[in-house]
Design a protein around this ligand. Sequence first.
Ligand code: TXA
Ligand code: MG
Length: 347
Amino acid sequence: MNSIKNTKIFNENEVDSAAELLSAGELLAFPTETVYGLGADALNPRTVNNIFVAKGRPADNPLIIHIADQADLKMLTDQEISPLIKKVIDQFWPGPLTIVLKKSSLVPEVTTGSLDTVAIRMPNHPIALRLIKEAGVPVAAPSANLSGKPSPTLADHVIEDLAGRIDGILDGGQTGIGLESTVMDLSKEVPTLLRPGGVTYEELTEVLGRVEIDPAVESKLDDISKKAISPGMKYKHYAPQAEVLLLEGDSSKIKRKIKEIINKNSNKKIGVMITIESIDDYEQAIVKIMGSRDDLSKVSQNIFKLLREFDADGVDQILIEGLVTEGLGLAIMNRLRKSAGYQILEV
Ligand code: TXA
Ligand code: MG
């Protein structure tokens, strides 16, 4: 049994004190441009292990190491930085792109879930960059939520999930993109997209040419023993307490179907998460607008926050309008399908 920790809250003027926790081998949640991360010294196996304990995360789900300087890449990987890798980094760092490379012996096995590869990114957030520099160590950080829950986009979400389980939270307000970084495997011959995120598939193909999409990005890995390249893809994810149903297809049909489901389930408290274009009279349902179909960056900012709000509202079921899978839509739909546990209704 773990003792309850006194979780200290820091503001953005207290980055130095927050960084001291990281240098001292403690756990600190901090803002990035994607979501809040739960950071620890990536090279210290004991503190990295504490991340897994605090989140309730399976040990075979590896962590991303965050750096603040391209030069720090060298000590983390044994792979030669090819001109192509250099081009990708120059183009997208700092930013929401994580690259997977062969790991160096300096990186502890606990950090990579015993894989021989390591995931690395340089976040594009002034507080995160200052913090990592100040701490003077590469920072391993998964999203700062309890395992299985939607990722945190506000310090309040981190408090909700992890207060008493970690040493500190650095509050930097709301995160920008709202969903996690794109994960690209560059350790093999053909660059492979393992998780869609803030850097889009279209942007990546412009720089990399051919990019493969791992099958787990768009569909369910139904057999849990099936080998996932990115182990995180096989676990339950982004799931609110309520049952989630994702409706995909023509938007006017989706609207009609939502109304039908509400009518058939008058005994249930139903939440509806839709675009502004699909506002309608949904009777007693609790309706939340995720943004406009014409501005997916707003939608990506909102979805995790809204899923958490529905939990606070105590709804029994959440009905979500599906979107296109182009641009940021690929990442948004990947998260929504997972949050629905792949309960999808095609209309
Ligand atoms: O935006 C983000 O990436 C956030 C912020 C905090 O930086 N972090 C984040 O970490 O989303 P996490 O742990 O929630 O997701 C990391 C993902 C998992 O799906 C994991 O399986 C994958 O990256 N991953 C990590 N190391 C890997 C490796 N060596 N090979 C393949 N996939 C890896
Ligand atoms: Mg996560």
